[in-house]
Design a protein around this ligand. Sequence first.
Ligand code: KIV
Length: 286
Amino acid sequence: MSTEPQTADKTKTTRLTTRDLSMRKGGDPQVWLTAYSAPTARAMDPYVDCILVGDSLGMTVYGMDSTLAVTLDMMIAHGKAVVRASARACVVVDMPFASYQASPADAYRAAARVMAETGCAGVKLEGGAEMAETISFLIDRGIPVVGHVGLTPQSVNRFGGYRAQGRTAAEAKKITNDAKAVSDAGVFALVIEKTLEPLARAITKAVPVPTIGIGASPACDGQVLVVDDVTGVFDQFKPKFVKRYAEVGRDVSKAVAAYAADVRARKFPTMDHCFVAAPKKPAKKK
Ligand code: KIV
């Protein structure tokens, strides 16, 4: 797989569609990554297949300690920025907690706002068999959906934390049934988060839709990570399933420390950073 940008020219680019991604079951690994802002979306767009505007932004952008307080308006604001700044990648926006669980009709109203106001290609929602009816309801009405099973962070209070799922035979059976139910309901891709590896591998074999793993298995049809983990913007701790490719958080601290030292020592600004009136041109002789 090439590391060259796939294309960068916005005028000549056609976006990958949800159909393009759903057709790639068992093909080249799909590259998914979260983004929440225009500059980050612009930087990753040539390299990724799908940008997920994840509700993880509650933690990464807003410093919350879970995703539960993220609102529909927050998702729409960040979704708009990401769609505006990207041209090639398919963009999917997460449905936040309490915006879709109560009923299919509530889910439709919220998801339709996300689609219409951001211009994204589809939405992702967490849950298994209990969400299958809602997923079909949305898809039948023109809203492509990504499923999300395994560790579903919006249910952190039910799980009692963020530990890997599928450790007992009963848990593994439930997650497998959930994956099959949302796949049967018509999702175009299925995120599997933080399960034991053999379970994610088995689900990938069992369902006809592409599986996108995070802390799941190299056998998944694609991988997704949180961009702040990949780039080291978030550097308080590194989950086991993350590979860090840069240390942006450390570099930002270094840059700010150097700037602060320069200002205090009157080394910045210099005259090169200042505006002075242009010297007057001599008047032309008649
Ligand atoms: O919110 C998010 O970022 C996600 C991914 C980590 C799958 O749901």
